[in-house]
Design a binder for this molecule. Sequence first.
Ligand code: FAD
Ligand code: EGO
Length: 473
Amino acid sequence: MDYSTNDNKSISKKKVVAVVGGGLVGALNACYFAKRGFQVEVFESREDIRQAKIVKGRSINLALSHRGRQALKQVGMEDMIVSKGIPMHSRMIHSLNGTQSPIPYGKKGQYILSVDRANLNKELLSAAETYPNTNLNFAHKLLDWSTETGAMTFVRAEGAKEEIQADLIVGCDGAFSAIRKQFLRQSRFNYSQTYIPHGYLELTMPPINGEFAMKPNYLHIWPRNTFMMIALPNLDKTFTCTLFMPFEEFEKVTTGDQVIKFFQKYFPDAIPLIGAEALKRDYFHLPAQAMVSVKCSPYHFGDKCVLMGDAAHAVVPFYGQGMNAGFEDCLVFNEIMDQLNEDFSAVLPEYTRVRVPDDHAIADLAMYNYVEMRAHVNSKWFLFRKYVDNFLHIIMPRTIIPLYTMVTFTRTRYHKAVKRWHWQDKVINQGLLFCAAVTVAGGSYLLVRYPPNMPNIPTEQLWSRLQALKSPF
Ligand code: FAD
Ligand code: EGO
């Protein structure tokens, strides 16, 4: 899009937008603001991951779905990222006895993609850098910023401090956002954070004879109530397995032999695939990582600062939507910038108004999945629930759309998806009630209309006949 003929916008073009955090959401946001012609300065605390040899950090691969893809499309990145992703058309449910059962996500075109986090981040940073009006500033850790002047203070690698001013600060600095700290000091700012009792640990499943150890185009799931494991494929033919369990349980497993015993009990089919020796070693490579859910509102401070991605809403990973929601934040903000002519004083409050209900809804849904899965979801229940979902959708395709489908394969606003889900539940319950009523009413009618053939015995004979039936007691 070219805005150069619009006077109103050419003034705002000179404005400086500081994107704090060069992670997934920050790097994508840089592209969005650069495309609009702003002077974009990205500040990232780490060194440039494109040069670093080893990138330590969170999950190695992620599930990218419709919302994330739409956001990438808008900056022309969708095809490139999709071409480096591995489609997962179905879940593959692993039972305790080793049986694998696939259940498709939906129709042919409905699949999620396994993408490499580091590669995605690198591609987004490189895309941002192609805009001449973008600067990437690495090894800049935000210490604090002033709500009065908007000035930000950064610490450099050597410990030197640097002060920087911008017209708009976009806080994309993750779940432990330093930008958000100033929001916490404001009156009428709502904030809650919850650490769940579970931690997660990542293990690599190597290729076998140069091939994937399991079928590649699936999201592999081992549902064992409290203990859950998933595996997503990588381009190098490995799988990254993520084990979720309570920290309490992690603490019980302290030796290599205990690891094997534990896996024999819950994930026996995975032992030969990961390799017993590798498993014993890698299990202790890194400690289990914590998971936090953060909700807050508003997402903006005046016309100076706005939060997006995990900085605004860290969600637990049990819906595979954290990054997708963060990418959709960028897309929604961009749509509002179009509607309100890039006037920050109007765009920021509108973004809060529109986005808070949706981000809170996905945070709740992800937490709901966590609670539900750890409480009752074993492999049988998982399969049963998904069969029922698919069945109801097939018989009533317009009325019943599975919640997972609305969340993952559409851009239905998250809070609308929740509303519709409640409505569908009502329809299903009333349908069941109706079936039960028809059965009872119909049954009664048939009994009266066609009574079963009974011998016609005069009443006075009944007593003597009953007496004749000798009781065995
Ligand atoms: P981050 O990725 O955390 O990036 C924040 C950036 O800010 C980092 O680069 C950091 O170095 C930088 N930073 C932090 N503090 C400062 C500072 N003070 N100054 C300057 N820079 C700073 N989502 C999905 O959609 N699908 C999935 O399958 C999925 N799986 C997940 C599995 C696990 C185990 C976990 C933990 C999360 C998963 N997520 C998934 C969620 C996803 O990882 C996050 O939602 C996403 O990374 C958020 O991106 P972000 O850019 O907001 O934050
Ligand atoms: C009954 C059956 C109730 C993340 C099934 C709820 C999440 C939940 C962590 C999967 C897929 C992407 C994921 C499904 C449910 C990623 C996901 C799902 C996990 C764990 C995950 C599904 C990374 C919940 N999507 N999902 O329907 O396949 O169903 F298992 Cl632990």
